[in-house]
Design a protein around this ligand. Sequence first.
Ligand SMILES: CC(C)(COP(=O)(O)OP(=O)(O)OC[C@H]1O[C@@H](n2cnc3c(N)ncnc32)[C@H](O)[C@@H]1OP(=O)(O)O)[C@@H](O)C(=O)NCCC(=O)NCCS
Length: 188
Amino acid sequence: MNLPIQLPIETERLVLRLPQLDDVDALMEYSQDADVCRYLPYEPRSRQEIEASMERRMGFTEFTPEGLPLFLHVELKETGEMMGELLLFSRNVEARQGEIGYVFNPRFQGKGYAFEAASALMDAAFKEANLHRIEAKCSAVNTSSWKLMEKLGMRREAHFKEQALFKGEWDELLIYAILQREWLELAK
Ligand SMILES: CC(C)(COP(=O)(O)OP(=O)(O)OC[C@H]1O[C@@H](n2cnc3c(N)ncnc32)[C@H](O)[C@@H]1OP(=O)(O)O)[C@@H](O)C(=O)NCCC(=O)NCCS
């Protein structure tokens, strides 16, 4: 494995680390929740589907055009509980384009953990992996998600109206992004 960033990442309250096989129970707790999956490209998952997803979660090798994303599982330092996940995709290796995603157990939402985790990953992605730009996408009705993008300092660059049918409804896609130099300026 050729990790683009040093792991684990520690923040004040969290540890961001690679997925482990014994994360299945923690994943079950939120991956079966219809509210959590509402804006995700999959339906609530069975234990079997979650177990099968571990191969993909643990399959990162390096940033390549066709490669799997880097999944990070987020632990609460205080209790050791696995509370959610971050994804970092490489969208273009040569142009150093990345995309970030996140999913948290509702039990651990509304406490700033997703922000703390995503901030730490973006910082490492810009400073260690030397990405040039990081994008994030969500449905316009996924307010918690785009609010998080705005808190991270990302700029709304697109709002595509009724650009797809998603789970039977018209979907409005938002694209947010921030450049490496903008992030470094923010972090000063
Ligand atoms: C998107 C998602 C990760 C956001 O999680 P979140 O917990 O709302 O995000 P944050 O970490 O930014 O927490 C924000 C809230 O914590 C509150 N908070 C409490 N303590 C805090 C602290 N110490 N620091 C910062 N915020 C804190 C904030 O006030 C804020 O609440 P508000 O939005 O009502 O003002 C979560 O909603 C989720 O997992 N959704 C389901 C999956 C999904 O849709 N993923 C995105 C696909 S595009």
